[in-house]
Design a protein around this ligand. Structure first.
Ligand code: SF4
Length: 226
């Protein structure tokens, strides 16, 4: 790993201005991850791509990108992906706050001869305090905890072919991905402040969200504990 001069910062692809790996029209920077791959890593990854499911998914993903570039919405691309992969039973891991969206998405799936199976985040109606959330932190958003492990287990039991995440919270989505056995994709990424369009914060760093580049994100709880 290359370090920036006089700094402990480790440079990686997110610091690269060339993207020679994708464009092949300039040069690889000194810290380039492509030029620092070992033959063992390359062989290991090729072996994985040569597994039938991965090979099929790689070809179909590339073809969907090519066939519908800038024309199909993500909803439409998910439907096409399901058909081309041969997926039939589609798990929907939804936030309770997006049940309307989940219902519409399920209708769209049915319209396309797919079988939606939705599980809401509050399934099981577990109490937040029982998992260790302090009672005072369960006042604003209610006593029932989001239950992504149960969502994953129910979709595992239902033997879904693909799971689609609809607006699970940060961290809850992490646990869902951790325990889901079927392949997963995301339709909606929750961002309560930006109508589920988290990229807007990035695009507005020269404008309304300039503060994100000017200072660290404040977390009063960490400051209290620190
Ligand atoms: S692999 Fe190399 S060329 Fe590609 S983005 Fe990363 S650092 Fe840049």
């Amino acid at each position: 790993m290359a370090k920036q001069e006089n700094s402990n910062i480790t440079l990686s692809c997110s610091d690269c201005g060339q993207e020679h790996c994708g464009r092949r029209n300039s040069f690889y920077p000194e810290f380039c991850l492509t030029t620092h791959l070992s033959q063992e890593e390359i062989d290991e990854v090729w072996a994985l791509y040569n597994e039938p499911e991965n090979k099929k998914m790689s070809v179909i993903s590339a073809q969907i990108e090519s066939d519908f570039y800038c024309r199909y919405t993500r909803v439409e691309e998910i439907v096409v992906f399901c058909h081309r992969m041969g997926y039939k039973k589609i798990g929907i891991a939804t936030c309770g706050g997006l049940l309307y969206e989940a219902r519409i998405f399920a209708q769209i799936l049915r319209k396309n001869d797919l079988e939606p199976y939705g599980v809401v985040c509050k399934v099981g109606s577990f109490d937040k305090v029982d998992v260790g959330v302090p009672a005072e932190d369960a006042v604003r958003t209610g006593p029932v905890m989001c239950n992504p492990i149960m969502q994953a287990k129910i979709l595992n039991r239902a033997e879904t072919d693909l799971n689609v995440v609809l607006g699970l919270c940060v961290g809850h989505d992490t646990m869902f991905y951790k325990y889901a056995e079927a392949p997963c994709t995301t339709l909606i990424t929750k961002d309560r402040a930006l109508c589920h369009n988290p990229a807007a914060a990035i695009y507005q760093t020269q404008g309304y969200f300039r503060k994100l580049l000017e200072r660290p994100v404040e977390d009063p709880r960490m400051q209290e504990e620190g």
